[in-house]
Write a protein that binds this ligand. Sequence first.
Ligand code: ZN
Length: 286
Amino acid sequence: MKFATVEIAGHSGLAIEDGEELRGLTADVDSFPGPLVNLLLGGTDALAEAHRVLAAAPVLDPGTVTFRPPLARPPKILCVGANYLDHIAEMGHTKPDYPTVFARFAHTLVGHRQPLVRPRASTHFDYEGELAVIIGRRGRHVPRDRALQVVAGYSVFNDATLRDYQRKTPQWTLGKNFDSTGGFGPWLVTADALPPGAAGLKLETRLNGRTVQSSSTGEIVFDVPTLIATLSEVLTLEPGDVIITGTPAGVGAARTPPLWMTAGDLCEITIEGIGTLANPVVDEAA
Ligand code: ZN
């Protein structure tokens, strides 16, 4: 099942992909099954029932649909750095024994086709195509062999980064948290539609149509079950939490000369079986 959080004529709504078409309902309609965050709290049955309702909903005119992040305000957005060997090498890091985890906050999120904003403070605006894991069940101390039971589904994320700010201090938080720098969506694809842990899926990032990252989610150092087991030793994972699993080689910072995103660019990230996230780039307003 593939769900998207959308907005139509000022109303928030929920859509599904039905073949080549989008079907959906907005929150002002009685039969609206609820926002995705509520459905996650209701579990697999709530998602299946919502899908059944939406499959009978009107076909949407794509021109009227604005995609929003699948979840507007995840309780936690936990990002993993240095999680592909080829990216670790190109950035001059060494293979870690323990995942490098940093936080993003919800003010950074933008939906599919919404602009990523290059801030006034920096021109070093880099793309990072990544697999996003969306948590569906609460879990603390989740063993690795049961970790996938807490996953609702997967999405695509652009962990766009201001490299000079990332490197100003040992903490990456500021370089990863400028307003409107986290592309997220368009789809939440339920876990049952993908291989376990969404492993082995082709991941490709294109900047203005040129392929700049080409890898597989199978190249991840700390895989999805390991990340869930490791993180849940520390904290309770909750429905709606998002884990961003790291990016492969090919980022702009590792190129000679560096390749930064600028206004007018289009960055697209495709993960096999999950979909394509496309975001134009604009400059922060003067
Ligand atoms: Zn990243």
